[in-house]
Design a protein around this ligand. Structure first.
Ligand SMILES: Cc1ncc(COP(=O)(O)O)c(C=O)c1O
Length: 425
């Protein structure tokens, strides 16, 4: 059972919202740092261990800077994520660039920054060489196909568009070597939000075995394997969080039985996103309206443009009402946003305390949506002309820093040529 905590009282939230009106995302720097240190303690047992934070989870350079100061690098999947890394002072091999259907310009940008390029397909060996030049260190993404089961969010590996087949992997490294690459990595990412430690240990075992096979068949010794992301977080109070020490020990056992006997000096990289920031971020909103038809609804001042996971995958996000933590959950609500989509629901038939709304007078209760620190605002969008919320960081000394303001109508219209519109007949 994981306790769902929120670091502020209702009074503190009232004070904060006088300066920063809801809705907004709030991130807790202390929690992020302590969590980062726990991961480093657990996985520091491996040679050249490096966590490359998946920028897509929380693409904010302030967060990247915090993580860089904890020794983390980044995992980037696009041109702009590379720029964000650079903005945060992260360059060189601290960046892994795992893209797909990659334009030449993005490979060139990754090369400019000295990032480790992780190829998604055999044909990209030639494409990379032709368009950006072959780097000294290069990595390939493995798709085990039917050899590994996936999970609900990511799907089955054999139906996934990512990576090289086993045969392609065995052929890729000798080819890369003939083209001038000298150092090599291997990567996979086969699950998403997976809480089973056995699953992740099995993934590591699979990569270790492939690294050994590659050495035996081609004489090429990999410098590292990257175990990818996909470790789950306990979104539901009854979920059990992954124990980092136990997971690292399970992977170490596989390392000792497969990698060490083969005489390989294999470094370990990971690229977790969700586990790093997910539990330390909240979407803070207010209850605006209630509605009683065939069901009871609570309408918030935010919507799925800020947090799409519930609509996209039916994902569970815990909800609490500050000041009513001890009030019995005697109402059953659908907690909804204002988008013209019926799946814009943060919670469906959820037992909650009776919620007071702004429409009834007063400020309306705060509604705190938990575990919104990863793949939250990042997945946001502007459909229905909705403007995405800003982001606040609670510093370890208890002060707040706005690390992104809320979008304005001007931001939304910035890509329109207004002068052209005036001249347009
Ligand atoms: C290539 C790659 N690496 C890492 C991640 C991060 O995954 P998570 O946030 O679940 O750890 C993702 C997520 O989609 C990904 O696509």
């Amino acid at each position: 059972m994981s306790e769902k905590t929120f670091p502020l009282s209702k009074e503190e939230l009232e004070n904060l919202s006088k300066i920063h009106p809801t809705p907004f995302f709030l991130y807790d720097e202390k929690g992020i740092r302590e969590n980062a240190r726990e991961i480093t303690r657990a996985f520091g047992i491996f040679p050249r261990f490096k966590e490359h934070f998946a920028v897509k989870a929380l693409p904010n350079p302030y967060i990247l800077k915090i993580l860089a100061s904890e020794g983390f690098g980044t995992d980037c999947s696009s041109y702009t994520e590379l720029l964000l890394s650079e903005m945060a002072g992260i360059r060189g091999e601290a960046i892994m660039f795992t893209s797909n259907e990659t334009p030449a310009a993005e490979y060139r940008e990754a090369r400019r920054l000295g990032a480790v390029i992780n190829l998604d397909d055999f044909t990209h060996i030639d494409f990379l060489e032709r368009t950006a030049g072959m780097p000294e260190l290069v990595s390939c993404r493995y798709n085990p196909g039917p050899l590994k089961t996936g999970n609900a969010i990511i799907g089955k590996p054999e139906e996934a568009k990512y990576g090289f087949t086993r045969e392609q992997i065995l052929a890729a490294y000798p080819l890369l070597k003939t083209k001038g690459a000298k150092r090599f990595g291997l990567h996979t990412m086969v699950a998403s939000n997976e809480l089973s430690m056995a699953y992740h240990i099995e993934t590591a075992r699979m990569l270790f075995e492939l690294a050994v096979e590659l050495q035996q068949k081609t004489g090429i010794a990999l410098e590292f394997v990257n175990l990818g992301g996909g470790v789950g977080i306990p979104y539901r109070p009854e979920d059990k969080a992954v124990d980092y020490q136990e997971l690292a020990r399970g992977i170490e056992e596989a390392y000792r039985s497969i990698v060490i006997p083969a005489g390989l000096d294999l470094g370990i990289r990971i690229e977790w996103g969700r586990t790093i920031t997910g539990p330390y971020g909240w979407l803070i909103s207010r209850a605006l309206h209630s509605k009683s038809i065939y069901r009871e609804y609570i309408g918030l001042d935010t919507c799925m443009a800020d947090l799409m996971r519930p609509a996209l995958y039916g994902a569970y996000h815990h909800i609490t009402i500050p000041g009513k933590e001890k009030t019995p959950a005697e109402k059953i609500y659908d907690v909804v946003g204002s988008l013209c989509e019926n799946n814009d629901k943060f919670a469906v038939q959820r037992a909650l305390p009776k919620i007071d709304t702004a429409a009834e007078g007063g400020n309306g209760d705060f509604v705190v949506i938990h575990d919104a620190g990863a793949h939250g605002r990042a997945m946001g969008f502007n459909y229905n002309g909705k403007l995405r919320s800003g982001e606040l960081l609670r510093r370890p000394d208890g002060t707040f820093t706005q690390i992104r303001r809320a979008e304005t109508a001007e931001d939304l219209f910035a890509t329109l040529d207004r002068g052209g519109l005036d001249r347009f007949r």
